[in-house]
Design a protein around this ligand. Sequence first.
Ligand SMILES: Nc1nc2c(c(=O)[nH]1)N[C@H]1C(S)=C(S)[C@@H](COP(=O)(O)O)O[C@H]1N2
Ligand SMILES: [Mo]
Length: 607
Amino acid sequence: MESKRQTSTEDHTEAPGPTRLTLYAGLSTCGDDINASRSKSPAPLTPTGPAPTAGDDRDPSLPRFRLADVRKHDANSGSPWVTSGDKVYDITDWVAAHPGGDVILQAAGHSIDPYWAIFTIHKAPHVLQVLESYCIGFVDKADLDDSGKPLAEGGIEDPFATDPKRDERLTVLTQKPCNAEPEAAYLAREFATPNELFYVRNHMWVPVVDVEEAPKHELTVELPDGEVRAYTLEELRTRFKIHHVPAVLQCSGNRRSDMTKSVGPTNGLQWGAGAISNAVWEGVLLKDVLRDAGLRTGDDVGATEDDPPSDSLHVQLTGMEAYAASIPLPVAMDARGDVLLAFGMNGKPLPRDHGYPLRAVVPGYVAARSVKWLSRIVVSDEESASQWQRRDYKLFGPNEGGKPNWDRYPAIQEMPITSAITSVLVGKDVKSCTDKSARAAAGVRDLKDWQDKNWVDSPKGTPVEVAGYAYSGGGREIVRVDVSVDGGRTWDQAELLDSPSRNYDDAEETQKKYVVARGRRDWAWKRWQYKGVLLDKSLDQSLQREQGHEILVKAVDSAYNTQPEHHDGIYNVRGNLATAWHRVRVQTNDDKITIQGCGFPDKPPRK
Ligand SMILES: Nc1nc2c(c(=O)[nH]1)N[C@H]1C(S)=C(S)[C@@H](COP(=O)(O)O)O[C@H]1N2
Ligand SMILES: [Mo]
């Protein structure tokens, strides 16, 4: 078994996305073809490089280029160049051959080095070799400083310099690109996660769109027949019916660190339980826009030879910074699917981190499909060619290892069921608990005193209050949440707080605040709460006090799907869909309470 769980040393981390993309792209076709590329004739804009000057002892057979000339070879030039160190590269063929080459285009006309420094895997020697095959010459000596480096370029050196500031209550996994999750204690305090606490999962930098420019932000829609229609954001807002849809976004890597800890190493960002959040999204339906653009196939149109069955078609969604993914067309066209082109989040414009000014929201599906900074839609008979569609978000068997056959399984789309504990209050904290003030307990508590005063009628033990979230994909409603506070020996049902399917007018007075809007299916999470007793050792022989009390949660959805007991059986090298029962350990030794488990920080949470 051990060997099956070993991951390869090859890095498949999600964090520095674009790196791997170019790495993969470069290796897939250029690896054996270095000489062929080198002999390519120069791009049309290529100026004749001046002859090497005195004091320049670099390879005299290669031409020299002024930086001003390199600048002309920007992303729009048709023949993009980059520099790295004092060398000049023509990346035209590289970009053309690889859809994901868009990422490298960000550096066109400039030095690629700042990007490489950020996406550290780029420094892998074999990638350098691939770039080497596109070398066309050197930066002219006149543009080099004394140490032989190109003179500093104005401005754009750090593509992350313009990223927004993030809330201090987010735990930052990586800064550039930003990946951050709210501490567990903040996660499920409210039905709608406040925008500033919503988890952030960026593969690259945050594109800059000025407020004045936003209404003119353009979305192009390309249909299978090649027809292209462009919409401004202003046009989307004013010409189509606006919808409000409460929906969870959850990364396929949510709780990956839990799988790692309980089974073995996984590649990717080691998320706690907070790569999930819930918001009320405002936007127009993707299906309305596709129809307006002239799409004739769909859920309600019979397939003919000229009108192919729509499930062979895909809606490719591309963001401004080059991230891309796709969903099957029937998902987009589903009359009850609520797939949005969203511009609002919890009553405010989308924050920059979450896709300003326009993003896709695909409720019930893995958040990787909810493309942010959306600028292009293509309806195609192919899935998106991006690595985020074809590689990263797939689920392999426990034995399939670090170099799986990527094409063997479909991309993750609809999400499975999951649940997690986000708050545990023990002893005297229980009394003062409301859903607003809930926080993870930490520090010294006077338990005995509390029990004497407040828990006289209870069995001998320590009161505990547990809260968290439960969510299932595909619009399936959460119908039950089971909690155990004694390691699974006995179970009880938690109270479900949010009731999106219940009519507000029928709800009991005390429950009214939990009755919330609902989409056409159940796309939102349900928060839950449970009060119980951690039994004293004298009453619970099975308790091993040294290890503390184990609190467990698992949920059930309307299709009676439930979660696996352990991560062992669903272990996969990418650490995707870590949905096993969530386990938290509570120790009350010497009246000091410690809580351990995925999502619970070692230090007390910030207030
Ligand atoms: N353009 C773009 N869209 C994107 C991403 C990205 O990096 N760029 N990340 C995807 C992934 S993997 C996730 S989990 C969600 C995260 O959305 P959020 O940052 O709003 O929580 O956005 C998705 N859409
Ligand atoms: Mo994700």
